[in-house]
Write a protein that binds this ligand. Structure first.
Ligand code: URP
Ligand code: ZN
Ligand code: ZN
Length: 462
């Protein structure tokens, strides 16, 4: 059945214009004025924006993190994503058993996602040690699985040291693979964590103090130099949180470092470290890197306005406040790190970004839809509205508003960090490949309808 979206305002990363949009066989067939056809179901979008479906390239569904497991599996998490206007995710895998082959987690993730996801999904691989086998497997997995990006961490148990990072970056350059990196200085963080706990400073408010912005900035600077020394290897910095880290990015931009992309997340733009002041509420916001100051929020908004960053993701990694997060009640270092956000991103970013005049409509689409797809080899199938693209579409009413509350959300987690926030604008409906999967905040799709995406080369790896 054809569908015709009439009279909407089409928004892409470069244009805003009034037009109709015809969908056939799950693809966008035509965009133009006064389109008419007898055999199409007509959806009136007068006064509404027609956006590409959101692409969130940083989620952790069903993540096993030490003894805790994130509470959204690939069903609940992707239902939440869909209801929040996101029609594609690229999920970051958890670490596997010590010493495992790179293939181990690829197989595990197909097992946990297949038959569950309700939106289309891909995976980033994860590198947890470096040897000749791992370096060889990177190219094999990219070619056979379309997993064209791998993540490394500069902290946590399976952090990679500089010599390993350099080898991975060189291999990535050779194979056309993007290296995504979590940047924090491990040595300083571990020292501070031990020092705080030994001195009885156990409350959540010590979490941000144990992971200062300088730790992020140092690791960003180091990664940027390692990537340059590896021949301008494709480097994607995940979840930039601080002004200090941003200054290192700006230095690299000024020096015209090639093949560098940078992501921030909704929470680093809209929430602050004030959340840690209440010992109970603070647990909800224990994530790494931690929330920063208002001044950091504003610096990141300015960077988005000035086109200095590339994407806005969520790092969705939910643990229940009443259960898993309580492990940190008497020791912040024992709390599982991470917070929900996949369902909130689209509405919060529209309201705090576009409605408040901090970014334009086209920048909104660029950061939430088009650039994430470009960075990770999904464009133009995903992230845009072009004839031939998948008909992944959000119809959005800028006149409506909503108070965000956990009760209206679909994730399996028991809280939202945005409880009570009034957002301007709301999602009317969401389509995936031409099927309406969400209407008026009700999920209408089907378990297992999401397809695995074999990705091409990310734009910085071409
Ligand atoms: O605290 C966080 N962000 N947990 C998820 C894993 C990561 O570091 O991205
Ligand atoms: Zn991270
Ligand atoms: Zn993450």
């Amino acid at each position: 059945m054809k569908k015709l979206i009439k009279n909407g305002t089409i928004v892409t990363d470069s244009q805003v214009f009034r037009a109709d949009l015809l969908i056939e066989d799950g693809k966008i067939r035509l965009i133009g004025e006064n389109l008419d056809t007898n055999d199409a179901e007509v959806i009136d979008a007068a006064g509404k924006y027609v956006f590409p479906g959101g692409v969130d390239v940083h989620t952790h569904m069903d993540l096993q993190a030490g003894k805790y497991r994130a509470v959204d599996d690939f069903y609940d998490g992707t239902v939440a994503a869909a209801c929040g206007g996101t029609t594609t995710i690229v999920d970051h895998m958890a670490f596997g058993p010590k010493g495992c082959s790179l293939w181990h987690q690829v197989e595990e993730y197909h097992r946990i996602a297949d038959g569950k996801a309700v939106i289309d999904y891909g995976f980033h691989g994860v590198i947890q040690h470096v040897n000749d086998t791992v370096l060889k497997e990177m190219g094999e997995i990219a070619a056979q699985e379309g997993i064209t990006s791998f993540k490394v961490y500069t902290t946590y148990d399976f952090m990679i040291k500089d010599d390993g990072l350099y080898q991975v970056l060189k291999q990535a350059k050779e194979d056309g693979i993007v290296i995504a990196v979590h940047c924090e200085n491990d040595g300083v963080i571990n020292h501070l964590r031990h020092e705080y706990i030994e001195n009885g400073c156990t409350e959540p408010k010590y979490h941000p103090l144990s992971r200062p912005a300088g730790c992020e900035a140092e690791a960003i600077d180091r990664m940027i130099h390692l990537a340059a020394m590896a021949g301008d290897a494709p480097l994607y910095i995940v979840h930039l949180s601080s002004k200090e880290g941003l200054l290192e990015v700006m230095k690299a931009r000024k020096a015209h470092q090639a093949n560098l992309a940078v992501e921030t997340c909704t929470q680093y733009l809209t929430l602050t470290d004030d959340m840690y002041q209440d010992p109970r509420e603070g647990l909800k916001a224990i994530m790494s890197p931690p929330l920063r100051r208002k001044e950091d929020n504003e610096a990141l908004w300015a960077a988005l306005r000035d086109d200095l960053l590339d994407t806005v993701a969520t790092d969705h990694c939910p643990f229940n406040y009443q259960v898993e997060k309580q492990a940190g009640a008497n020791d912040f270092t024992a709390c599982p790190n991470g917070a929900p956000g996949v369902e909130e991103r689209f509405r919060v970013m529209y309201s705090e970004g576009v409605a408040k005049g901090r970014i334009s409509l086209t920048q909104f689409v660029k950061y939430l839809c088009t650039n994430p797809a470009r960075m990770y080899g999904l464009y133009p199938q995903k992230g845009t509205l072009l004839p031939g693209s998948d008909a992944d579409i959000v119809i959005f009413d800028p006149q409506k508003s909503r108070i965000l509350t956990h009760d209206d959300m679909h994730s399996a987690v028991d809280y939202t960090c945005y409880e009570g926030m009034k957002v301007q604008g709301d999602i009317d409906l969401v389509m995936q490949r031409g099927n309406v999967i969400v209407k008026d905040n009700q999920f209408l799709g089907k378990r297992g309808d999401g397809r695995y995406l074999k990705r091409g080369k990310g734009i910085i790896a071409e």
